[in-house]
Design a protein around this ligand. Sequence first.
Ligand SMILES: [Fe+2]
Length: 241
Amino acid sequence: MQDTEFSPEQHKTWAELYRRQLPKIQEHASSLYLEGFEKLDLPPEHIPTLDHLNSKIPAATGWTVIRTDIRFTESDDWYRFFDRKEFLITNYMRSWEELDWTPEPDMFHDIFGHLPLFMLPEYAELQEMFAPAYLASTDDEEKENIKRLAWYSTEFGMITENGVMKGFGTGLMSGGDELTNAAEGKLEYEPFTLDNVLGKDKVMYEQHDHLYVIESLDQCKAEIAKYFDPILAGGSAGSSA
Ligand SMILES: [Fe+2]
């Protein structure tokens, strides 16, 4: 597959973001993320090639990385790729002026935020729960709840490790002070449960002041399965929202 050419400015943005985020993830990211980060071995100075990513991830978990020119893939399309264990990374890179925070996910978010965790089979299992439920659902509110469960776990969840709260969600890894603020206890927190998350709108255009904490990967999977299992069995998830 042809690898995309990026400009010197885009590589410079990657390198600067990497330099800024590295000490933050080392201090505040979950051990799961850091384990995957070490295994994926992203280059500090330039945007990784697709060949690099696909020399690591498919062998680890069976997922494949695909580049797209689409800046923001709609959910229905996104989950169809997810169902084939294909993770889309956008070719869009934030501008230098947006280094600290961008509301729009860019390639730094997609690669640096998401991909390290796709080196871990136990994490890939969690991500593999979402597409079957989303694609089986025929109810718009239920689909929105599936996206909320993803948003407040894989995108912006926190996790408790040995009694310490760490960043788990990929959106926390890829920019600004959100990870530091979240891990230093500056926000409000509730346990990641269906009761707490269902019906809670995603916060997309500002930083969060309220996040949800998973106890462990297994607890997260078990909680999500409670909502997804009835959908997969052909029914609705019910009115627990
Ligand atoms: Fe994301």
